[in-house]
Design a protein around this ligand. Structure first.
Ligand SMILES: *[C@@H]1O[C@H](CO)[C@@H](O)[C@H](O)[C@H]1NC(C)=O
Ligand SMILES: *[C@@H]1O[C@H](CO)[C@@H](O)[C@H](O)[C@H]1NC(C)=O
Length: 303
């Protein structure tokens, strides 16, 4: 249980932080009890703004280990921004005892093979059907374990998601644990990945992503990846590994660094022309990189 205490300590110490001042949403977070599609028992919570757009974009906002849908709702500005811009926010709630997501089993990592990833995709379908969500504008974001899940969703369900924004995660497939199965009370934990020791070539990472949806020949979601240089929970080398991974998937390479973007201490790492992949290295920032909601909205093309 060492890993849960480590992550819990990190989450408790740092809390959830916004880059902008926190603004409460006009309405409440709603639990969708009617959602029973599974296949895992992850709970579906939504924020549907009063002034919803006709075909509303959907943002899936995924919490960290020890977190909950409620904590991610009240610790971020996505819902208040939904009041302004009319999109829907889905907050999945982890079914595991430690509040972590299954990013370790082959099932959850692979397209159509079950696990929490498929449950989240079913929540998206539910929101498209029942709330008038726009299936062509679905986005994922999350912190820590939710960031890992964002990468997993981008790899296994590139047909569902158009873009991802990742706060302090690890590459898709990095947390794979042999023997982990979907629906376990405690999803697997990879110490070597967390410690930044799962180093692969860009080609090997890209092959891994492609293996999670064999035969898929469409585009992958554009990815924006944040990481702190002082992250002691999911160590800093995981940023470079994620950049290798997605740059191989997109077939693009590093172009340039832009220092001081979006703020002092951050370096923006541009790949290709910057429309598919960018990284943000946050100097001296630990495991909790503040959520940059307005940057997410512009990356998603919502605002
Ligand atoms: C790949 O493209 C072909 C031809 O357009 C299509 O029939 C097939 O369904 C695609 N495969 C996947 C997995 O999307
Ligand atoms: C770009 O910035 C990253 C993060 O600070 C750094 O690791 C990398 O070495 C830089 N690359 C170049 C070519 O300056």
């Amino acid at each position: 249980m060492h890993f849960f205490s480590t992550v819990a300590a990190a989450a408790a110490l740092a809390g959830l932080v916004n880059a902008d001042a926190y603004v409460a949403a006009a309405g409440p977070l709603v639990q969708v009890s009617a959602f029973k599609d599974g296949p895992t028992k992850a709970g579906m919570y939504v924020y549907v703004p009063t002034k919803k757009a006709d075909k509303a974009p959907i943002i899936v906002a995924i919490h960290y280990c020890t977190g909950t849908a409620q904590k991610y709702f009240s610790g971020s500005n996505y819902a208040s921004l939904a009041d302004t811009h009319g999109f829907i926010v889905i907050y999945p709630n982890s079914p595991s005892s430690g509040g972590c997501w299954d990013v370790a089993s082959t099932g959850s990592l692979t397209h159509g093979k079950g696990g929490d990833s498929e449950t989240i995709v079913n929540m998206v379908k539910y929101a498209v059907t029942n709330y008038g969500g726009d299936a062509d504008r679905v986005f994922a974001t999350g912190s820590s374990s939710g960031a890992m899940m964002t990468n997993v969703l981008a790899g296994a369900y590139p047909d569902v998601f158009r873009a991802g924004s990742v706060y302090s995660g690890v590459p898709d497939g990095c947390f794979y644990v042999s023997g982990a199965t979907t629906g376990m009370a405690t999803p697997g934990w990879s110490n070597s990945c967390a410690n930044g020791q799962n180093i692969k070539t860009a080609q090997a990472w890209g092959d891994l992503v492609r293996s999670y949806y064999p035969g898929y020949n469409g585009t992958y979601p554009k990815m924006q990846i944040f990481h702190g240089t002082a992250d002691n929970t999911l160590d800093y080398p995981n940023l470079a590994e994620q950049m290798k991974e997605w740059s191989n998937v997109f077939g693009i390479s590093f172009t340039k660094n832009v220092t001081g973007t979006p703020q002092s201490g951050y370096t923006q790492m541009v790949y290709g022309d910057g429309t598919k992949l960018v990284g943000y290295s946050a100097q001296g920032v630990g495991h909790t990189v503040p959520i940059h909601e307005s940057m997410d909205l512009s990356w998603f093309g919502i605002a």
